[in-house]
Structure formats: structure tokens, C-alpha cells
Write a new protein. Structure first.
Length: 161
């Protein structure tokens, strides 16, 4: 009985219309076949994925982008620079490549990595808070059962951040 009262809607006091936000979000997607002949060429994905408007409103906060994947792209570009520069002299090519690698790392990757390291713990905490939220369809509100705070689904970020 004690756990049942924790999930009561703070607005109506009932539990019958209350569902976990993460469950509503995960169930808010559907895949339907796409038999549309509108595309005149190429290969078309034969399915369409849709999302309910409620699932869009209560979506989890987006994860910050880890800049680690950019390293491979820059390494490839540096390799191209090395190949082009090596047509003149190997020493020259090596010098230019090392200099460019240092500059790219110092001015591009370090700030991006620092920003990611600052945002990632905030996002982890936001996801933890999001996973605690519930939705009452009777009152169209999202609430945190631990604090009793409730907001309309459009303002879910007020409970997350």
C-alpha cells in the first residue's frame, strides 16, 4: 500500500491513469509498412516509423555528442595531407602533418572533449531524473512522485533540469 500512494497523481490523487514516462515513450513508436509508389527510383525503406505526439513531448533529454568519432576523420585528412606533402619531401611532409595534428588537437578536440566531459554528468543526472517521472492521462501532467511536483508534458524539462 505504501508504494501505491507514492505513484498517485498529485493533481487528482488517483493511480488508475498513471503510467511511467519511460514506458509511454518506449511504447510511443510504431512501424508501419510503406507501400507508397511515390519514389520513382532507388531503394526505399519498406517501413515508416511514427511517434505519438505525447512520446515526442516526454522524450528523454538528448545525449551530448562525444567528439571521439571526429578523430578518425581528422586522421584520414592528415593522412591525405601527408600524402600530398610527401610528393616534395618526406621531412617536409612529416613536419606539416605533425604540426597540423598538434593544431587540430589543441584548437578543436581539446575544447570539444572538455565540453563533453562537462555535459555528460549533467546528462546522466537528467536521465536519472527523467526515469523517475510518471504521467497521469486524466490530468495530462507529468510528475515526480518523490517531490510531488507536476507540469504539463510540454514542460517536462522543468522536472529534469
Amino acid at each position: 500500500m505504501a508504494t501505491e500512494t507514492a505513484f498517485r497523481c498529485p493533481q487528482c490523487g488517483e493511480i488508475d491513469a498513471v503510467r511511467k514516462v519511460s514506458a509511454i515513450y518506449n511504447n510511443g513508436f510504431s512501424t508501419i509498412p510503406n507501400d507508397s509508389p511515390l519514389v520513382p527510383y532507388g531503394v526505399v525503406d519498406k517501413t515508416i516509423t511514427t511517434i505519438t505526439s505525447l512520446a515526442q513531448k516526454i522524450a528523454p533529454p538528448p545525449e551530448p555528442k562525444d567528439p571521439g568519432g571526429m578523430n578518425l576523420g581528422c586522421l584520414f585528412l592528415l593522412f591525405i595531407v601527408f600524402l600530398i606533402a610527401s610528393t616534395t619531401s618526406w621531412i617536409f611532409a612529416l613536419g606539416i602533418t605533425i604540426t597540423l595534428a598538434f593544431l587540430v588537437n589543441y584548437f578543436l578536440f581539446k575544447p570539444l572533449q572538455k565540453e563533453y566531459k562537462e555535459l555528460k554528468p549533467e546528462w546522466d543526472e537528467a536521465i536519472r531524473r527523467w526515469s523517475e517521472l510518471y504521467y497521469c492521462s486524466r490530468d495530462d501532467c507529468v510528475f515526480n512522485p518523490n517531490t510531488g511536483e507536476s507540469v504539463p508534458p510540454e514542460r517536462i524539462s522543468a522536472l529534469i533540469y
